[in-house]
Structure formats: structure tokens, C-alpha cells
Design a protein around this ligand. Structure first.
Ligand SMILES: C[S@@+](CC[C@H](N)C(=O)[O-])C[C@H]1O[C@@H](n2cnc3c(N)ncnc32)[C@H](O)[C@@H]1O
Length: 311
């Protein structure tokens, strides 16, 4: 289908509840969305030193995968998204959680939000689905709604990492195979180098506190109007929590294994065997649960998930 606007693409993805779940982390499973949501929430919490005093904004909140796991720990959590369908799933999933609010965006602007109204902002798996002009406009808008001294966590695809490059090559090959009679999908995956992402953030007036880029994703932690002393203090705090924020080398490798399954390079059995042979730490367990959920979903193509393989 030919998607000309961000909202038409994401509304189509989210036209069913399971489609909405699939569009945020690929799993189409509520149990897995909760697992991955807790994982990402822990990264955001550590990156932003989140506390009960913070008004928090998530740009592109989707079904509230991350917000659901964070909202109870902060003063308020506000999710904004271009897709009304995503927001209606978020509304159901966040029902009953205190301090939560949602707004629909209609263009690349946060114009319904006042200047300097959030101490913490974050965006995950969103800036990688838009043109660079929109990415830059949003960074400016995020800065505008941040209070002086506020922090932001920003994430996008890392072209300058072997697995990020591999993911980008899938996009290139898909385009190469397409009939090319229409322009590319506006919501396709787009990629930055760490230098490029930092450049946009800097030109949006954000101060760089940390950049982690030894994974398929670039993770930036930035601030607004911090003094030199505050920057130094944040940088030393971030050095201490670095392992809670950044994706590990193993995470990047597991992601590569999963990509090979998704793109049909290897069968799921092979990746499951690899996972079973590893030391069972929380990362391996998360990927294993994720693979099994995906396999269940694709059992028509991949064959049934064998009982013996699930343990
Ligand atoms: C892959 S999902 C990620 C959702 C959520 N951040 C998460 O990690 O679970 C991308 C989300 O970004 C939203 N989105 C995409 N383009 C957008 C845009 N231009 N403005 C605002 N939201 C956008 C989509 O509607 C979708 O909910």
C-alpha cells in the first residue's frame, strides 16, 4: 500500500489491537510487549534519573508500552502520538494508571503543549520512522517544552554499526525489489550515524551528556540550559549507570540473530538452539521469549513450535 502520511501508515498498522502491538515491538503479544516495555522503561529510568517529582513526556508513545511501566513512578506522564488508533489502544492499556494523559498530534509540532512544561522527555523507535526534517523539527519542539535543567533520552537506528548497516541493507534490498512506481513509504525505517544524530541535537539547542553507539541503536542523553557544573555532575552519574542504559554487545548480536530469522536467512530452530546454548541471563531469556512468541505468530510459515524446543 502507498502511505503518504505518517498517520495513515500508523493508523493502518493499529487498525486491530494485535496490529498495534506488532507495530511497537514486532511481537503482537501483550505478554511480550510488557516484557520489552519493562526493559526499555528501565533504560529510560536510569538514563533520565526519573523520580516522583518529574512531569514526563513521551513523543510517539504508541500503545503505551514504555509509559505503562513508568507512569506510576513519576508525577505525571503525558504520551503524544500522530496515530489516533495507537492512542486508543494506549488508552485501554493505561486505564486506571494515575497521572496519565494522552494527546493526538496532527503535524510535526507539539503545539498543544506549553513551553517549559516537562522535566523529562524521551522518544524511542519514533525518530527512526520519519524524514530528517521532521526529526529535527521534533527535537526543536522537545527542547521548547523542556524546562531549564530538563533531560531528554533520544534513540534512533545506528547506520555506523554492523547490525545497523545490515538492517539498513534490508531496506535497500526491499526497495530494489519493489516496482518503484511510487515514492517510498514515509514511515519506513531511516538511519543516522552517531555524528549526524548529535549534530541535529546540537543544532536544536540541546546539550550532549552521553552518546552510546556501540549497538544497532544510537542512544543520546541530552539536557537543556544546564550549567557546566550540572553537565559534569550528569556525566559522572551517567558513567555510573551506563550499563543500565546502553545496549550490550550481546544484545546487538542477539538482535542480528533475530533479524536473520525475520528475513528468512536462518530458520527459527537454529536461533533457538543458539539461544539455548548461551548462559541464560535476562537478555537471552527476553530474546528467547520474544522468538517463541514470534514463532507462534508465524507458525504457518515456520512450522509449529515444538514442545521440546520451548524448554
Ligand atoms: C515503533 S512505534 C514505537 C512506540 C513506542 N515509542 C514504543 O517504543 O513502544 C512508533 C510510534 O511512533 C508514532 N509516530 C510515527 N511517526 C510519528 C510522527 N511523525 N509524529 C508522532 N508520532 C509518530 C507511531 O504512531 C507509533 O505509535
Amino acid at each position: 500500500m502507498d502511505f503518504q502520511s505518517y498517520s495513515s501508515f500508523w493508523n493502518t498498522q493499529a487498525s486491530t489491537d494485535s496490529g498495534a502491538l506488532a507495530a511497537v515491538d514486532g511481537s503482537a503479544s501483550e505478554a511480550i510487549v510488557r516484557l520489552t516495555g519493562r526493559w526499555t522503561a528501565a533504560q529510560v529510568r536510569a538514563a533520565l534519573d526519573l523520580g516522583g517529582e518529574h512531569r514526563v513526556l513521551e513523543l510517539g508513545c504508541g500503545v503505551g508500552r514504555i509509559g505503562r511501566e513508568l507512569a506510576a513512578d513519576v508525577r505525571s506522564w503525558h504520551g503524544v502520538d500522530i496515530s489516533s488508533m495507537m492512542l486508543s489502544v494506549a488508552k485501554q492499556r493505561l486505564d486506571g494508571v494515575d497521572g496519565v494523559s494522552l494527546s493526538q498530534l496532527h503535524r510535526t509540532s507539539l503545539d498543544m503543549l506549553e513551553d517549559a512544561s516537562f522535566e523529562r522527555v524521551y522518544t524511542v523507535a519514533v525518530l527512526c520512522h520519519m524524514d530528517k526534517e521532521d526529526l529535527f523539527l521534533y527535537l526543536n519542539e522537545l527542547r521548547r517544552v523542556m524546562t531549564s535543567g530538563a533531560l531528554a533520552y533520544l534513540e534512533t537506528w545506528n547506520l555506523d554499526h554492523p547490525m545497523g548497516w545490515k538492517r539498513w541493507r534490508f531496506e535497500v534490498d526491499e526497495w530494489d525489489r519493489s516496482d518503484q512506481t511510487t515514492r517510498k513509504n514515509v514511515a519506513r525505517n531511516q538511519f543516522c550515524t552517531p555524528e549526524e544524530f548529535q549534530l541535529y541535537a546540537r543544532h536544536a539547542g540541546l546539550q550532549l551528556l552521553a552518546c552510546y553507539s556501540d549497538s544497532p541503536w544510537i542512544q543520546l542523553i541530552v539536557g537543556k540550559d544546564l550549567s557546566e557544573d550540572e553537565i559534569t555532575a550528569q556525566q559522572s552519574r551517567l558513567a555510573e549507570v551506563r550499563t543500565q542504559v546502553r545496549y550490550s554487545q550481546q544484545w546487538g548480536e542477539l538482535f542480528g540473530g533475530l533479524l536473520d530469522v525475520i528475513y528468512g536467512v536462518h530458520p527459527p530452530e537454529r536461533f533457538l538452539d543458539e539461544l539455548n546454548a548461551l548462559t541464560q541471563d535476562p537478555e537471552v531469556e527476553l530474546y528467547r521469549d520474544y522468538l517463541l512468541a514470534l514463532w507462534q505468530q508465524h507458525s504457518e510459515h515456520w512450522g509449529p513450535v515444538k514442545d521440546a524446543q520451548t524448554r
